[in-house]
Write a protein that binds this ligand. Structure first.
Ligand code: FES
Ligand code: FES
Length: 165
């Protein structure tokens, strides 16, 4: 990696977050996770491992589920990012959020935003996922608290209740 002034210079980077256009001034290799949390105050996105292993920092970029701790903010230029804050409609929670609350799928909450976004991503591709498909769809997201069964049940219950978007 070069250590020139240019490579260390901040740049303006524009992208949409939860449907709203945003322009940030950041180092191109800054983590999207940090820009979301620190510059845009979207602290719903959590940091667990910081190494791409736990999924706590999951967001959607152009509909693709990514670990935002591994994404340089430059990679988001021109894209559409969805964070956990983008799922609720005002004070009305998304049905996935309701079901996580009701089924005990959220305990300490560190994994929860990433789990819900992973479930949202799965659900948009498979509106009626089987239990196996839910387990597979959430397999990149780790939880230390719940033992997973409440999380899988929450996603299954949400699928029984409604439509993904
Ligand atoms: S914090 Fe990004 S994968 Fe764990
Ligand atoms: S609820 Fe604590 S890590 Fe999942």
């Amino acid at each position: 990696m070069t250590d020139s002034r240019e490579s260390r210079a901040k740049a303006e980077i524009s992208f949409a977050v939860n449907g709203e256009p945003k322009t940030v001034r950041a180092y191109p290799m800054e983590r999207l996770l940090d820009v979301l949390r620190q510059q845009l105050q979207l602290t719903g996105t959590k940091e667990g491992c910081g190494e791409g292993e736990c999924g706590s920092c999951s967001v959607l970029i152009d509909g693709i589920l990514v670990n935002s701790c591994l994404v340089p903010v430059l990679q988001a230029e021109g894209s559409s990012v969805v964070t956990i804050e983008g799922l609720a409609a005002g004070d009305t929670l998304h049905v996935l959020q309701d079901c996580f609350l009701e089924c005990g799928g959220a305990q300490c909450g560190i994994c929860t935003p990433g789990m819900i976004l992973a479930a949202f991503h799965l659900w948009n591709g498979k509106p009626k996922p089987t239990m196996e498909e839910i387990q597979e769809g959430l397999s990149g997201n780790l939880c230390r608290c719940t033992g997973y069964s409440q999380i899988v049940e929450a996603v299954a219950e949400a699928a029984r209740r409604g439509t993904a978007a």
